[in-house]
Design a protein around this ligand. Structure first.
Ligand SMILES: Nc1ncnc2c1ncn2[C@@H]1O[C@H](COP(=O)(O)OP(=O)(O)OP(=O)(O)O)[C@@H](O)[C@H]1O
Ligand SMILES: [Mg+2]
Length: 366
């Protein structure tokens, strides 16, 4: 799967941009604060309906504008189509495929499979559990519509249960109505655990192999899933924890508290790993994602690498450049020529300057 053309209007610092992309390697180079990450962000938005770095949609629309449009033309072996994302500031965004509006944002998943790797992904290892849950959820949503549905339902029920907990605190007689929410939470929660278990097992195997190859050593990476509750006694534990939940006014246990841990040679990388080990770990997980999508969806995702090469040593940079061969890749960097000279394949080069993107032609250096 690849994007052959993308048009961007009023997105971040990009007023009116239209670029044709190579189905292999594309390098976007430019000084700081010119629009490189914004370009990748627009691509990610077309794949997932969300930004990979901002929570507020308003921040994506160009200052002093009220709307933004992104149109991506996507091709794969089976078909080609146009994805249209329309950001409207205060209003809900609109998404259309071939000009047919989607009823639910979830229907967008799968039309443009994307994997992004940026310096902030180190937070996947070092940051809060919520970052790791977001990672699992975004990947699984791209892979499975059922997962997206279960997750949405879970969070709806969780919101209702939490609001009921607060009411029970004031009016204890309401406790009899809690069971219906516990049952539903357990039902969606267990489905989500099953999907997460399978996903982590897959990713752990693939990332372990990549980690070993990328670091040229014998260290072994393993990724373990740490669910907050187990399928065996999910509902029972919810019931046992009721009193505490009522006191706190929120649900303390469940899939919204899950975590994963990254282990290298028996040690938790978060607490014991070097900066380089943590970075290689994040890289391995991202490249594993590409492999997983390829094997499960029978399509290659588009890989977005945001200024990550400069943070890796030459051996690891070469490993990436060699291994991204078969997927469309968009790399941003502040200096293009080092990458091009080592990529050894046809590369499209774009210069990003003050929100404008200029195609500088293909390079064929080997
Ligand atoms: N909503 C917006 N409207 C207009 N400009 C914006 C908006 N949001 C961010 N910007 C500006 O867009 C510019 C480009 O930001 P971007 O993060 O894409 O830069 P970059 O080329 O990736 O830089 P770096 O190399 O430092 O990562 C910045 O100057 C930023 O302040
Ligand atoms: Mg950037």
């Amino acid at each position: 799967m690849y994007i052959d053309k993308i048009s961007i209007n009023n997105f971040r610092n990009m007023k009116n941009i239209s670029v044709n992309l190579n189905n292999g390697l594309n390098v976007f180079y430019g000084d700081n604060a010119q629009g490189k990450t914004s370009f990748l962000e627009s691509v990610y938005l077309c794949g997932t309906g969300r930004s990979h770095r901002a929570n507020s949609e308003k921040a994506l629309i160009m200052f002093n504008e009220t709307e933004s449009h992104i149109k991506a033309h996507v091709c794969d072996e089976y078909s080609n189509y146009k994805i249209d994302v329309h950001l409207k500031g205060n209003d809900k965004k609109g998404v259309a495929i071939d000009s047919v509006p989607l009823k639910k944002l979830g229907d967008l998943f799968g039309h443009l499979l994307v994997v992004v790797f940026s310096p902030e992904d180190l937070e996947l290892i070092k940051g809060a559990p919520s970052i790791r849950r977001r990672f699992i959820d975004m990947e699984l949503c791209q892979l499975s519509h059922i997962y997206y549905y279960n997750l949405q339902q879970y969070y709806k029920v969780l919101k209702q249960r939490n609001s009921l907990l607060k009411s029970i605190y004031k009016d204890p007689a309401l406790i009899s109505t809690l069971s219906v929410w516990d049952e539903q939470l357990a039902c969606y929660g267990c489905e989500i655990i099953k999907s997460r278990e399978g996903f982590i097992e897959h990713i752990s195997g693939l990332a372990g192999k990549i980690y070993g190859e990328a670091s040229h050593n014998n260290e072994a990476l393993q990724i373990n899933y740490k669910p907050s509750l187990s399928i065996k006694n999910y509902e029972d534990k919810l019931i046992k924890n009721r009193l505490r939940d009522i006191q706190l006014g929120s649900t303390g246990l469940g899939i919204h508290k899950d975590d994963i841990i990254f282990i290298v040679d028996g040690y938790d990388v978060r607490g014991y790993g070097s900066q380089g080990q943590q970075r290689t770990c994040a890289l391995a997980v991202k490249l594993a994602e590409v492999e997983l999508i390829k094997s499960l969806k029978k399509r290659s995702p588009v890989l977005l690498l945001d200024d990550v090469l400069s943070e890796l040593d030459i051996g690891r940079q070469d490993y990436i450049l060699r291994n991204i061969m078969p997927v469309q890749t968009i790399i941003t960097t502040t200096g293009a020529y080092d990458i091009i000279s080592r990529a050894g394949k046809k590369t499209f080069i774009f210069h990003v300057q003050n929100g404008n993107i200029t195609f500088e032609g293909p390079s064929f250096m080997v």
